[in-house]
Write a protein that binds this ligand. Sequence first.
Ligand code: DC
Length: 231
Amino acid sequence: MEQHDRAKSINIAIDGPAGAGKSTVARKVARRFGYLYIDTGAMYRAVTLAALRHGIDAGDACRLGKLAAELDIRLEPGDPVQRVYLNGEDVTEAIRSRNVTQSVSAVAAVEAVRLRLVEMQRELAAAKGVVMDGRDIGSHVLPDAELKVFLTASVEERALRRYKEIGEAQGIPLATLEREIAERDRTDEQREISPLVRADDAVLLDSTRLSIDEVVDRIAHFGRTKLGEAK
Ligand code: DC
């Protein structure tokens, strides 16, 4: 692990579609630099979990906005995954349920929810030394991030990865996962507020034929170059 000195640190934004490997890669990059990893998708998932528990419809923007404003969401570094707390309760596993996964895109399209979470994300990154992954980090949340990466992979490859991760064990057919991923891409790309889009100055990385470590190596290389420029 490299020495973390916030005075000389940079922020790294990693965006891309579902299943491109963002969180695994971002966590490893953060570990290499001794930075804080922030999974913003987990924050949208936490709001979605709370909405489902309160019986709030994903289309009810007004109640969702109020809910997001009241929730206490905390992220804590953990190994192997970052822990997520909702009003003090550890919801790290609960936010990965299929129910949450199927509703989260609609919740993430609500402006009031985004405003609240983006504000929290900017606060977390203010002191630098952060690797943040999401959909709109380079384009909207941290437009001044020193390094921006847009990580992608083909829909087929992303569905296959998801299948190996959960589909096989849960008996979800590959074709179903492929359809769900394509559908989630569409919702994330077509929403009006902060859609999934590659920032002009983001490095494009296609991970379809790369291993996780190859992707991490490339990003770490770009990061070291940017660190050199920032000093
Ligand atoms: O990366 P993920 O699958 O955990 O993200 C969950 C959802 O949240 C996904 O549908 C897109 C949305 N999201 C977003 O709109 N903006 C972000 N910065 C991160 C995630």
